[in-house]
Design a protein around this ligand. Structure first.
Ligand code: GLA
Length: 393
C-alpha cells in the first residue's frame, strides 16, 4: 500500500469508528534497524541505527472533553479502547494502548498534560514481533502528534527521551534510547552514529555502491524478551558498580580494551565478565565500523558485523538458534559482506549487507537452510532508509 492509500484507509476507519471526520490529521513515525552497536545503549556506548520507511501511522483529532479513545487497524477485533486524562495507569487489559497512554503519562510528569483528550486510529506496517521497533515508533508517533496538536515545546530528541522514559517507567521495559532516538531523528539514506552517554550524534550517509541492506525476519513467535533484556541490563549495571569502586567511569562504554583487560578480574562472576566484555568491545567495534564506513572500507564493516554477532551469541547470549542460523548461513554465501542479529535479540531479525548480484542466491539459500533447520520460513526485506516522524499531507 502507498502512503496515500494508508492515509485514505485510516481516515475512512476513523469516520466509521468514531463517527466524525472533521479536524482529523494523519501522521507517521518510522521503525528502525540497527547496523551495529547492540546492547551498548544502556551502557553509555555507541549505536549506529537508521530509520526505516515502514513504521506506524496515526489518524488523530482533539476532543472537547478529557476522554482518550484508541483503535488499531492491526487489532481490529480488540475494538475501541477508552481511557481518560485522569486515568493514566498501565494495565494488561489496555494491551497496545499502554504505549500511547504511557506518552501522555510521561508528558504529565513533565507538566505538559494536554488540556483535552483525543481520538486516535493507528496502523503499523512493521511486521509484528520483528524487533524493528514498532513500539518505539508508536511512542514517537504519539509524542509527535501531541506536540503538534497541543503546541508543546519539545524537540525531536525530547520526544525520544519521553518515549524511553515511558517505556521504562510505564511499560516496564528498561530499554536504552536507541530505538526512540532512531525513530525521532531518522534521516533518509543516513544512519545515526549516536553516543548514548551524552546523546551527541552525527549522520553518516549510507551509500553502498553495488550492495543493499537486507533484513531477514526469523518470524519466531512468543518472545519473552523483556525479562531477559532487563536481566542483561541489570548484570551490566552490577559490573559497572564493581568497576566504579576503582575506576572513574560513568558507563562500560567509557572503558578501552586495555582498561577492560587490566581490570576484568575485578568481576569474579565469569558470566558477568562475559557480559561486560561484550558491552566494552561492541562499543569499540561500533566506533571502528563507522570509521571503516567513512573510509569506504565496507569489507571491514562487514567483518565487524560478524564479530558483533559472534559476541552477542557467545558472550552476551541473546541470539538463539533462529538468529544464529540466519547469520551463520549468510556468512557462507559469496557476496555477503556482513550479517548479524539486530535489536534486542532472542528472535526478531538479522541485518545483512549483500552485493546486488548475490541477493537472490542469499535469500534462496539462507531461506532454504532456515526452513530445513527451524521448520518455518524466514522473510526477507530490502531496507530503505527513511526520515523521522512527519505529518502526512
Ligand atoms: C532493544 C532496546 C534498545 C537496545 C537494543 C539492543 O531494541 O529497545 O534500547 O538496547 O534492544 O541493542
Amino acid at each position: 500500500m502507498t502512503e496515500q492509500e494508508i492515509k485514505k484507509e485510516l481516515l475512512a476507519k476513523f469516520k466509521e469508528v468514531f463517527g466524525y471526520d472533521n479536524g482529523v490529521k494523519v501522521y507517521f513515525a518510522p521503525g528502525r534497524v540497527n547496523l551495529i552497536g547492540e546492547h551498548t545503549d544502556y551502557n553509555g556506548g555507541h549505536v549506529f541505527p537508521c530509520a526505516l520507511t515502514i513504521g506506524t501511522y496515526g489518524a488523530v483529532a482533539k476532543r472537547d472533553d478529557k476522554k482518550i479513545r484508541f483503535f488499531s487497524l492491526n487489532f481490529e477485533k480488540i475494538g475501541v479502547k477508552e481511557t481518560s486524562l485522569s486515568d493514566l495507569t498501565p494495565s494488561d487489559e489496555a494491551g497496545w494502548t499502554n504505549y500511547p497512554k504511557g506518552i501522555v503519562w510521561a508528558l504529565e510528569k513533565r507538566g505538559m498534560l494536554p488540556d483535552t483528550g483525543f481520538d486516535m486510529v493507528i496502523f503499523g506496517n512493521i511486521p509484528n514481533g520483528s524487533g524493528l521497533s514498532s513500539s518505539a515508533s508508536l511512542e514517537v508517533l504519539t509524542g509527535f502528534i501531541l506536540r503538534d496538536l497541543y503546541g508543546l515545546d519539545l524537540t525531536n530528541i525530547d520526544l525520544a527521551v519521553i518515549g524511553q522514559y515511558s517505556e521504562n517507567n510505564f511499560n516496564g521495559c528498561n530499554c536504552g534510547i536507541m530505538d526512540q532516538f532512531a525513530s525521532a531523528m531518522g534521516k533518509k539514506d543516513n544512519a545515526i552514529f549516536l553516543d548514548t552517554s551524552d546523546l551527541s550524534y552525527e549522520y553518516a550517509p549510507i551509500k553502498l555502491a553495488g550492495a543493499k541492506i537486507i533484513i531477514a525476519n526469523t518470524n519466531k513467535k512468543h518472545k519473552l524478551t523483556d525479562s531477559q533484556y532487563n536481566a542483561r541490563r541489570q548484570m551490566c549495571e552490577e559490573a559497572l558498580a564493581i568497576f566504579q569502586t576503582k575506576l572513574d567511569i560513568k558507563g562500560l562504554g567509557d572503558l578501552s580494551a586495555e582498561e577492560f583487560e587490566a581490570n576484568k578480574d575485578m568481576l569474579k562472576d565469569p558470566d558477568m565478565q562475559k557480559k561486560a566484555k561484550h558491552a566494552v568491545y561492541e562499543n569499540i567495534r561500533t566506533k571502528d565500523a563507522v570509521e571503516a564506513l567513512k573510509a569506504g572500507d565496507i569489507e571491514k564493516f562487514g567483518k565487524l558485523m560478524r564479530q558483533s554477532h559472534e559476541s552477542l551469541r557467545d558472550d552476551y547470549d541473546v541470539t538463539g538458534i533462529e538468529l544464529d542460523t540466519l547469520a551463520e548461513e549468510a556468512w557462507k554465501i559469496p557476496g555477503v559482506i556482513g550479517s548479524r542479529m539486530t535489536g534486542g535479540g532472542f528472535g526478531g531479525c538479522t541485518v545483512s549487507i549483500v552485493k546486488d548480484e548475490a541477493i537472490e542466491n542469499f535469500k534462496e539459500t539462507v531461506g532454504k537452510k532456515y526452513l530445513e533447520k527451524i521448520g518455518y520460513e524466514a522473510t526477507f526485506y530490502t531496507v530503505e532508509i527513511g526520515d523521522g516522524p512527519r505529518v502526512i499531507d
